[in-house]
Each structure stands twice: as structure tokens, then as C-alpha cells.
Ligand binder design. Structure first.
Ligand SMILES: Cc1cc2nc3c(=O)[nH]c(=O)nc-3n(C[C@H](O)[C@H](O)[C@H](O)COP(=O)(O)OP(=O)(O)OC[C@H]3O[C@@H](n4cnc5c(N)ncnc54)[C@H](O)[C@@H]3O)c2cc1C
Length: 454
């Protein structure tokens, strides 16, 4: 099978490798130049960070990349909430030994490009932008960045891995019967940096995600292998005195930080330069149905971009690659059947994580400093300490490979007991107490009896 993958981002690289390992000839077209520095030259390190979780690693393992990606990432055991200038609250993410892994998106992409370039059957072409696609004929037109030359290319299978603003998807969207929606968040992001020595001096843990939640504003800090902390500043894009659009001067920026992030201000020496140099990064949910027409299909953000509040976009993109690959493997040369099965298997889960990511976005920004929310997290930890197999929804998403929609279904019991405790002042009064333990044990005993009789 001759395959064209448009977009050599995270999903495109992994999918090209998986297909080539099963004997396909894959050409990976990327509009940007090769980001990997020539031998002996240092590359640019500017990039947002991602957190990868078990389902992302399970997909990377299918291409033999689990250990390599672990080596360029650091464990994130919990989140450290900088409630205010003096008060911090630490919340572990899972059971001991369970951690998210923080990685620079650019470094991860370069690792995947290296691995794809080494995979027999994969050909990489940089500086080639897809500008047109005839879906019926399976004919793409590319434009070369070097000289503007346009040329056509055909393939047996065309995979759009060209991100949230996908050109391949645009060609599908023009067809009758293809439904599409996008939802931009009011907020956008900018990347800032806390250098390693500043983080060390301030005693910022290198195994935690740092969060400065300030209602409508938020600063997040992701640890790196070299000790630096990559920050994402999240503000409304417009329509607010604290929006990116409203902050136009150095004075305005410093005033914003003095008022809302005074404890973080001395940690970011290049704040002014980075703020005004770095682009705003939007967050968008993409839904498109169907993902496939004739011999064309979509993966990753092109098919199902989600807001990053749950940290799942790349993890979901990797997981999607393995699911599509398995469908193609199972159905041999019957492409139509393979693509139909892919949609049927995967869409309920990507819809589920899209909904969840939008809901969790509000929780992260608005509730993290709310004492009731912090109490709820302590109660969740108490439940888990008594019944380690009982997990919050966040943990099911992060530390298992349970499909997203199924993880939501399984959350019912856990949510019920936590809701019941939160509704009782008496039980909440002593989260470590014996009365709470009795209540939790009784709840799960009844639940398992109900389950057995059902
Ligand atoms: C602020 C922020 C934080 C995030 N945090 C997390 C996180 O913690 N965890 C997580 O799992 N995910 C996170 N994500 C999401 C994650 O970055 C994306 O889901 C992931 O990058 C999707 O990979 P992709 O390969 O589908 O798309 P992309 O990474 O966007 O790659 C698409 C590629 O296609 C190329 N391309 C585009 N158009 C064309 C064209 N016409 N022709 C040729 N090439 C083209 C692009 O240059 C690019 O290389 C975050 C996203 C944002 C914005």
C-alpha cells in the first residue's frame, strides 16, 4: 500500500512508523523545514510542554519508543497549587509510583522524526505544504517552500495528520454529509520559562506540576529534564483588562504579575521578552463526522483536537494511531471496512474526552483555590488509601488504558461515595477519622452486594 501522511507532527510520525512496520510505503509530507539541528549545532529549545500518560506510552511502545520517550521526560508525581503568596497545597496524582511525564513538545517531535527517519519504508519530505486534495481521486497538490513549485501526488491511502487547522479535513468538510464543529476557548496561552537555578533557589519541586490558579487567569509550570520549568500563562485572549490583547506595555505586564502572580514574578527573569516575543497559542475542540471518505482519513488533532485541561490531546492522538493501525491490519485490503470500523470504535471515546476536557477546564481555573474543591481532593485520597483499586476519573484517564467513555462509566461508584461524603458536614469534619472510614467501607460493601445481585 502506498500511503501519504500529511503532517509530521506527533501523530503523523507515529502513524507512519506503525504502518511502515507492517510493510506499507509511507511518504510523510511536512510544511515546515526539518526542526532537527544539523550535527554539532544546538537547536532552538522554545516549546510548550506536554504531560504524557500511560495510554500515550502504550501507543509509543507499539513503535518501540516507550523507553526513549521516558528518557527525555520527567516524572510529575502531583500538582503543587500555589494557592497564594504564602500557601501551597500538594496533591499527588495517583498511587505511589504513578506519575504523569512532562516533556517538551518540540523535543518529543524531534525524537519521533528521528525514529521515523530510521524506519525502513518511511520517507520524510520537509518544506512541502499540502494545498489541495481531490478526495475522490486520492490526488493531493503540494507546494514546495524552497521555490514555490506545485506538484501532484497520489496514494492508496491519504491520512490527514495536519493538526487542528487541517487542510485535509477542509477538503472533507466541503463534501455533502460531512459535519464539523470547532469550539475555541476564550483563553489562549503563552510560553514563559523559570530557569533551573531560579526554580532550585525558590525550592520549586522538580517532580510536580506547578499551578498558580487565579480565577480567570492561570499560570502552569511543567518540569524539564534540565531543571528548567516551562510555564504556560493562560489569559483571556481579548475582552478583559487582564487579556493578552489588553497587556501592551512592559508596565502593564509587570502590574498584572504584581497583582496576580507576585510570587512567580521573581522566578521569570525573561518575562518581558518572552511575553512579547512568543505567540499566543489557542485551544480548540474539533469535531468532524465522518473522519473518512473514499481513501482519505484523519487522525490526531485534525480529527479530534481537545482543550488541554485534561492533558490528553497528544495521548489521544497516539492512541488513535494504534487503533487505526489495528483496524487496517484486521481488514487487509478492504479499506472501506477498515475505516468504517475505525470510526465506530474510536469516535465515542474522542467525543467523551472532548466533553470532559471542556468541563475540566473550568475546574482547573476556577475551583483549584476553592476550599471545598481542596477538601474533595483530600476525600478522594482517603477513599483511594482504603480501596487502592478505586480511582478518581482523572486517575482512570491518566493511569489506565481504559477507553475514555468506559472510564467515565466506571467512575459512577467512586463519584457517588465522594459526593455523599462532601454532602455531610459531620463526615467532612475529620477526613482522616474512623467514622469516615466506616462510611466508605459500608458504601463499597453495599455497592458490591448490589453488583453481585445484579
Ligand atoms: C497549550 C497546549 C497544551 C497542551 N498540553 C497537552 C498535554 O499536556 N498533554 C497532551 O497529551 N496534549 C497536550 N496538548 C495537545 C497536543 O499538543 C496536541 O494534541 C498534539 O500536538 C496533536 O498532534 P498532531 O500530530 O495531531 O498535530 P500537530 O502536533 O499540530 O502536528 C501537525 C503537523 O502538521 C503540519 N501541517 C499542518 N498543515 C499542513 C499542511 N497543509 N501540509 C503539510 N503539513 C502540515 C504541522 O506543521 C505539524 O507539524 C496541548 C496543546 C496545547 C495547545
Amino acid at each position: 500500500m502506498r500511503v501519504v501522511v500529511v503532517g509530521a507532527g506527533l501523530a503523523g510520525c507515529l502513524f507512519a512508523m506503525l504502518l511502515a512496520k507492517r510493510g506499507a510505503r509511507v511518504t510523510l509530507f511536512e510544511r515546515n523545514p526539518d526542526p532537527r539541528p544539523p550535527e554539532g549545532r544546538a537547536g532552538s529549545s522554545s516549546s510548550i510542554n506536554l504531560t504524557l500518560v500511560e495510554r500515550g506510552f502504550a501507543a509509543l511502545a507499539a513503535a518501540g519508543l516507550r523507553d526513549q520517550v521516558r528518557a527525555i521526560s520527567v516524572p510529575v508525581n502531583g500538582r503543587c497549587i500555589h494557592v497564594d503568596r504564602h500557601d501551597q497545597e500538594y496533591q499527588p496524582y495517583g498511587n505511589p509510583g504513578e506519575a504523569l511525564r512532562s516533556v517538551s513538545r518540540a523535543t518529543l517531535n524531534k525524537l519521533l522524526l528521528d525514529a521515523a527517519a530510521r524506519t525502513p519504508g518511511v520517507e520524510l519530505r520537509f518544506g512541502q505544504r499540502c494545498i489541495e486534495l481531490d478526495v475522490e481521486q486520492g490526488r493531493l497538490v503540494f507546494e514546495s517552500a524552497a521555490n514555490g513549485t506545485r506538484y501532484a501526488h497520489t496514494a492508496d491511502l491519504i491520512v490527514g495528520a495536519d493538526g487542528a487547522r487541517s487542510t485535509v479535513r477542509l477538503a472533507l468538510q466541503r463534501r455533502h454529509g460531512v459535519n464539523f464543529s470547532q469550539l475555541y476557548s476564550r483563553h489562549t496561552n503563552k510560553e514563559l520559562r523559570i530557569p533551573a537555578e531560579y526554580a532550585r533557589r525558590a525550592g520549586l519541586a522538580n517532580d510536580a506540576l506547578h499551578v498558580w490558579p487565579r480565577g480567570d487567569l492561570m499560570l502552569l509550570g511543567f518540569p524539564n529534564v534540565d531543571g528548567d520549568i516551562t510555564c504556560t500563562l493562560q489569559l483571556p485572549s481579548t475582552d478583559s483588562p487582564t487579556s493578552f490583547a489588553a497587556i501592551r506595555t512592559e508596565r502593564g505586564l509587570l502590574r498584572l504579575f504584581e497583582e496576580h502572580f507576585a510570587d512567580a514574578l521573581p522566578l521569570i527573569p525573561d518575562l518581558v521578552r518572552d511575553f512579547f516575543d512568543h505567540p499566543e497559542i489557542p485551544m480548540v475542540t474539533i469535531r468532524c463526522e465522518p473522519w473518512s471518505c473514499a481513501r482519505v482519513t484523519l487522525i490526531g488533532d485534525a480529527a479530534h483536537a481537545v482543550w488541554p485541561a485534561y492533558g490528553q490531546g497528544a495521548n489521544a492522538a497516539f492512541e488513535t494511531c494504534t487503533i487505526l493501525d489495528a483496524c487496517l491490519a484486521r481488514n487487509g485490503s478492504d479499506l472501506r471496512k477498515a475505516l468504517a470500523e475505525y470510526e465506530q470504535l474510536r469516535r465515542p471515546d474522542t467525543n467523551a474526552i472532548a466533553d470532559l476536557s471542556e468541563r475540566h477546564f473550568t475546574e482547573l481555573r476556577s475551583h483549584l483555590r476553592d476550599p471545598r474543591f481542596l477538601l474533595r481532593k483530600r476525600i478522594e485520597r482517603r477513599v483511594r488509601s482504603l480501596f487502592p483499586e478505586q480511582r478518581s476519573l482523572y486517575e482512570r484517564i491518566a493511569f489506565t488504558v481504559t477507553p475514555y467513555a468506559e472510564a467515565i462509566r466506571q467512575d459512577v461508584q467512586f463519584r457517588r461515595v465522594v459526593d455523599a461524603i462532601c454532602a455531610s458536614d459531620e463526615l467532612c469534619a475529620d477526613v482522616e477519622g474512623a467514622a469516615l472510614e466506616r462510611f466508605i467501607r459500608a458504601h463499597f460493601a453495599t455497592a458490591s452486594e448490589e453488583h453481585a445481585s445484579a
